[in-house]
Design a protein around this ligand. Structure first.
Ligand code: KG4
Ligand code: ZN
Length: 369
């Protein structure tokens, strides 16, 4: 039996985290006292760029090629050896299954050889708990999770305890940014490129196009982005044939980002109402924004406004901890380890893994959980 960790009196637990669920190969060492001892992230963007999106097979092979080295580097930088670790955490899903398998198998091998507990971490839970690593937030808090694969509003009530208030009925918001960037000929990944182009747009340019705000003002906290994407395509098609000018790109990127920010602000304010209905006497009121899209500063500004209006504080982890990384996985591992929530070595990687399995699918929902 692996030794499942320390008691309160001993030194803080140390967990190795491994992240391979998408297009970043990452390894990190995090300590229970919220110290990130090391965090290595290797982006595969250059490998996927020629294809305009992530190719799962290329991703899995690349994870396999690099993960051992990254784990070694993370341990060396943290000045920790395997024997000092209290647990081995890896993203166990959801994600591209080939990559998840690489990370889980690596973690299992280390756990087995060094007789350490395995922690199979839900990637979404890792994003969700990051604010406790960075800001030591108490439960419950409201979470807007915005990544390339997910767009959800959740109440985080405890480790493993989530109430999903809303989700996307079609595309994820990061996916919408990526597709918009592709249509505008900006490249991949789209979010930062759209943000950069939008930042160059003047007020007059932004007002040149009006794009729809799907589900804006409607009851509930669900999202939809496919109508916005279609409108964007039609807007581009309505312009004179030939290459888009830099002015066109800036104007459309600005209009797109404004539409997304409006929708996010509206949905978040509905979620705040739901949170307060469920937790009326909650004194510390925090709205956390997590996931890659949380890197968008226009979005953060809008959310800060919405939060402030309702007496909430917007908590946005630093950019390096918003996009995929292994420190968040290691931290979720720390949280689970101290509750004794370890996993058997026959844990099966999960392509889908909803945070709130009791939540009904959003009306019209496709594959997004
Ligand atoms: O959380 P993440 O790193 O990976 C997933 O789990 O999906 O999120 C990646 C997504 C991509 O769609 C990327 O375009 C988007 O986050 N993103 C942004 C920005 N930076 C990254 N979207 C909008 N604005 C940004 N600055
Ligand atoms: Zn992610």
């Amino acid at each position: 039996m692996p030794d499942i960790g320390k008691t309160q009196a001993t030194s803080p637990r140390i967990v190795l985290g491994i992240e391979t669920s998408c297009d970043e190969t990452a390894a990190a060492v995090v300590r229970e006292d919220r110290q990130i001892l090391s965090s290595r992230v290797l982006s595969q963007i250059d490998e996927h760029q020629p294809y305009g999106g992530i190719v799962p097979e290329i991703a899995a092979r690349s994870h396999l090629e690099h993960i051992d080295r990254l784990v070694g580097e993370a341990l060396a930088e943290a000045q920790v050896d395997m024997a000092q670790l209290d647990g081995i955490a890896a993203t166990g899903g959801p994600g591209l299954i080939g990559g998840v398998i690489v990370g889980v198998m690596t973690a299992k091998a280390i756990a087995l050889v060094h007789n350490k507990p395995l922690l199979a971490v839900n990637h979404l839970e890792a994003h969700a708990l990051t604010a406790r690593l960075t800001d030591d937030l108490p439960f419950p808090y409201l979470l807007l999770l915005v990544t390339g694969g997910h767009t959800q509003l959740l109440i985080v009530e405890g480790v493993g305890r989530y109430v999903r208030l809303g989700t996307t009925i079609d595309d994820a918001v990061g996916e919408a940014f990526d597709k918009a960037a592709k249509m505008l000929g900006l490249g991949y990944p789209g979010g930062p490129l759209i943000e950069r182009a939008a930042a160059t747009a003047t007020a007059a340019q932004r007002a040149r196009f009006t794009l729809p705000r799907p589900l804006f003002g409607r009851a509930g906290c669900d999202f939809s982005f496919s109508g916005l994407k279609t409108a964007l395509r039609q807007t581009i098609a309505s312009l004179p044939a030939g290459a888009l000018s830099d002015d066109d790109v800036a104007a459309i990127a600005g209009a797109f980002q404004d539409a997304v920010a409006d929708v996010m602000a509206d949905r978040a304010s509905h979620a705040i109402d739901s949170f307060l209905t469920r937790h009326p006497s909650q004194m510390t009121r925090n709205l956390v924004v997590a996931g890659g899209v949380a890197a968008n500063s226009a979005l953060r500004t809008r959310l800060t406004g919405v939060a402030g209006k309702h007496g909430f504080r917007l908590v946005a982890p630093p950019l390096a901890l918003c996009t995929d990384n292994a420190a968040m996985v290691a931290w979720a591992g720390v949280e689970r380890l101290r509750l004794g929530l370890t996993d058997p070595l026959n844990f099966a990687p999960r392509p889908r893994w909803p945070l709130d399995p009791t939540a009904p699918p959003a009306i019209g929902a496709g594959v997004k959980a």
